[in-house]
Design a protein around this ligand. Structure first.
Ligand code: CA
Length: 480
């Protein structure tokens, strides 16, 4: 019954999206609230949730900007040129007057709409449908937690820099959202809220496959990532291990070595869920368009971003690494990462966006374990990733360093939005350099910021000018 209901509801949403052009994709926060029908029955909750997922699908959000942000600001990927969409992100070119507002507006819009659900769902009579109600509530909590986590890591300094003492972003839990002119909370307060939301989500969410929706294992994996960012390695490891055990018990599994190069195009189903725990589902009739990851990462698209020569040098040290097969080249001038593969019958603009993969959960576990000095556990979780890439390799019998784990992480998660955050949260330095005699004839760095760590003030974005101008309680980030 539940599956059928989901299908009908998605059907009516798609109809709405088609008949109203891009309206669902481009809702501003205030419009979203007005558009949301009052929430009286559980189907209203599901309808509102579908609207949030649809907003998340925008190329200004999780089909584009919110993902590539972490890549082009690091050392493994770069903008193809400064005039590209990714140019200012790559070159840290934003000032307090021209900083992008889309991250702020989109993420607060998701939070605001989740608040609408969370502030009303307990009033609904769910007799006989408690599990369904709990799952919907869990999804809203998971999305709100993810949105606040992303806001905190984009606008606030890493928790590990000062134990969260510096300013994060406002925590808003009423339906007014940022229109109530809130002040910023500390990074520590934001992490507490994120962890509370995700912990509650984990206790409520179903572990069943639910296409394009948050499930229990995705929320647990995200929570392990949050703990890792916070430096709470004990909880990061425990949460990642539980997520892996739970997900694999329900049929998720790492893609095989042979399947890896093309598995990204798979349209996951409950029979074959693969290794993607949470993805944005795009399709021909419901596409984020040309500003999406698929089009930006392609030589046949806007060719906006490519890998750096130093990343190619790292990955190609093992010529048999299967991940080399994901690199598509344009006469050896640039190498593009082909992870955003369209599903059957689709164009590259319609590629799904995997946001949380089981491989990351393994890497979260390995990183937490190595930091806890638990080499045996670190090996246990790193080895499947290493051997998947090349079945003739293993880390068994090795004493792993943090660098070993982080290098495997960058090779596995390139182009998925992690790298800059992974360097910075570990207190390390982003070092951008060109490898001489690289196979890539035209790829060269052109940024004025080639080496930086968490002391560089521009590793956080400025609070958007519109927010500063209208909210007297808002404080700008230092030095902007
Ligand atoms: Ca698709």
């Amino acid at each position: 019954m539940k599956k059928l209901f989901n299908y009908i509801c998605m059907g009516s949403l798609l109809f709405t999206a088609t008949s109203c052009g891009d309206e669902w994709l481009n809702l501003e926060p205030s419009t979203s609230i007005e558009t949301a029908t009052s929430i009286n029955i559980l189907s209203d909750v599901e309808f509102t949730l579908n609207g949030i997922y649809s907003d998340m699908q925008s190329s200004n959000a999780y089909s584009g900007r919110l993902v590539y942000y972490g890549d082009v600001r690091g050392d493994d990927m770069q903008a193809v040129s400064l005039s590209k969409r990714t140019g200012d992100y790559y070159n840290f070119g934003h000032t307090k007057d021209n900083g992008p507002s889309s991250h702020w507006l989109n993420l607060y819009s998701f939070i605001q709409n989740c608040n609408l659900i969370l502030n009303n769902i307990e009033k609904i009579d769910a007799t006989g449908k408690e599990d369904y109600r709990d799952d919907l509530k869990g999804q809203a909590l998971a999305i709100r937690g993810m949105a606040l986590f992303d806001l905190t890591r984009i606008f606030g300094y890493p928790y590990t820099k000062d134990n969260g003492a510096s300013l994060g972003v406002p925590i808003v839990s009423d339906s007014k959202g940022i229109e109530s002119k809130p002040a910023r909370n500390t990074v520590a307060e934001c992490y507490t809220q994120v962890i509370n939301d995700l912990t509650s989500a984990v206790s409520l969410l179903s572990g069943d496959f639910n296409k394009g929706k948050f499930n229990k294992w995705a929320a647990m994996s995200l929570l392990s990532r949050v703990y890792l960012y916070k430096g709470d390695n004990t909880n990061a490891l425990a949460m990642a291990e539980a997520a892996i055990e739970g997900a694999e018990g329900e049929g998720w599994e790492l893609w095989s070595h042979d399947d890896y190069p093309l598995a990204w195009a798979d349209d996951a189903t409950s029979i074959a869920p693969g290794e993607v725990l949470f993805e944005i589902v795009n399709s021909t009739t419901d596409s984020p368009g040309k500003e999406s990851m698929g089009y930006l990462n392609s030589k046949d698209g806007y060719d906006d971003m490519c890998i750096t020569t130093s990343f190619y040098d790292l990955l190609s040290k093992d010529p048999d690494d299967i991940r080399l097969k994901l690199l598509i080249t344009d006469k050896n001038r640039y190498f593009y990462v082909f992870k955003y593969q369209p599903q059957e019958g689709e164009a590259i603009t319609d590629a799904n966006i995997p946001l949380i993969r089981l491989a990351e959960t393994y890497l979260n576990a390995a990183e937490a374990a190595v930091k806890l000095g638990d080499n045996e556990t670190a090996v246990k979780y790193l080895d499947p990733i290493v051997r998947r890439a090349n079945p003739n390799k293993t880390v068994e019998g090795m004493t792993l360093s943090l660098e070993d784990v982080l290098n495997e992480r960058r090779k596995e998660l390139v182009a998925e939005g992690h790298r800059m955050f992974d360097v910075i949260r570990n207190g390390l330095t982003v070092e951008r350099y060109d490898v001489k005699n690289s196979k890539m004839s035209k790829t060269k760095h052109f940024s004025s910021h080639m080496e930086f760590d968490w002391n560089f003030y521009r590793i956080v974005l400025p609070i958007p000018k519109a927010e500063m101008d209208t909210n007297p309680n808002m404080v700008q980030n230092p030095e902007y």
